[in-house]
Write a protein that binds this ligand. Sequence first.
Ligand SMILES: [Ca+2]
Ligand SMILES: [Ca+2]
Ligand SMILES: [Ca+2]
Length: 466
Amino acid sequence: MRRTLPARSVRAVGALTLAFTLTGAVAALPAYADPGPNLKITAAVPEGRWLRGDHIPIDVTITNIGDAKATEVRATGSTYSGPYYGFDPNTWGDLDTGASFEAGESRTYRVTGYIWGTEAGNPMVRIDVNAPGDTDYSDNSADVPVNPIPPETTERVAGQVYGDKNRDGLLSPGEELAGLTAVVGGPGLPQELSVVTDAAGRFSFDAVPVGTIRVVYFRNDPDGWLFPEGESVRLDGSGTHQNLSIQGRQPLEKDLQAKIEFGKASYAPGETATAKVTLTNSGAYPLSGLYVTCSDPQGTDIDLKIPQEQWGAFGPAQAGTLAAGERLVITLTGQVPEKALYFGKTLLYCNFNGKTYLRGPWVSAEAKVPGKRADSRGLAWVDKNHNFQPDEGEGLANVTATLSTKDNKLVSFARTDAKGFVTFPGVAAGEYVFRVAGPWQAVDSPTIQHVAPPYGWEWRVQLQPR
Ligand SMILES: [Ca+2]
Ligand SMILES: [Ca+2]
Ligand SMILES: [Ca+2]
């Protein structure tokens, strides 16, 4: 029987010979190779219906079939042919920085990449692994065909659309939406496709091109149904979107009326204020799962802080209910923040919503917190160079300016200086309407918020010729 050295050992001996020659060492060569690492790579795209717009994974298995530990193991990949497949950033993990594999150790990495190239055909990706001293480099490369679903593939998309009039979350008799234009759109579609729903609210598209994002939406809907999910689907040619059930909902604000009233027109800081919230279900069906969220819209922290328990079922339990036609009054109490004095007001700003509803009403109410006076200083300016900000020379100089209450009572008047700044002395904190004499009007709102120090700021009002 003939005994031969395994091929890799022969090559290993060759490598050692070369190494010894280069270093000038003179030593007896061993009959067999010294121990050495030997990495072997296999790689493939995992099973799946990958689309051209996906970040398509490649499973890379690296095994050290040698008899010594491999260190500084690094792997890289590149497109060998076809459209460019670019690896995602940081996808290589420790194969980028240098990994170690014990003799006999095998690990699989899932790396990902994206087909950036737009030409037809599929990429062939070559992946290489390297470590110093690998005794056989013939098994350190793998070619991986990346074959997504052909982009010209199409599939049928169909379903039924209804308007959930009775808000029970289900398609009830008579809720089918007939005569809507159902549309499919999405990135890469040459044009939108549209069909009209039949008497049962059904629609069907026979051949929609595959894509990661295909959105079904509706036009010609006189009743203003909201289709919240937009029904975005991924079409990979498997035909699994032929029975879509799309629910339209009416905005909650259509049926739920909310009102907030403070008990008094004005309060002192620290005083306990009361507010009355009136909720009315003006719709024809019961409402459930209702809750309220109050917030501090400008982050000024002058809103009345209402302990959650005062909302009862409308609090975090999200269990408020209102029968059709029912009116409910909730009385709230909260302490007026000290800071409210500097703004001249406190407020409540609340949103009423339901767990399964959309677009509930936003309601606000304010009460005065009077007593603080301070100089109110601001800038009247004209955007001569149209860059949306006040620049040198854009102040409206030497004109008479006024502050009035919102119901048009004159509060103070003063003259702008050479740079367009104006100071109204000792004005009560609060909101005012700012005007200048002459043919000028505010570009946006003429209302300014006068806030006392240390919380105040210099306001600005942009003007334009009337
Ligand atoms: Ca190898
Ligand atoms: Ca229903
Ligand atoms: Ca400007």
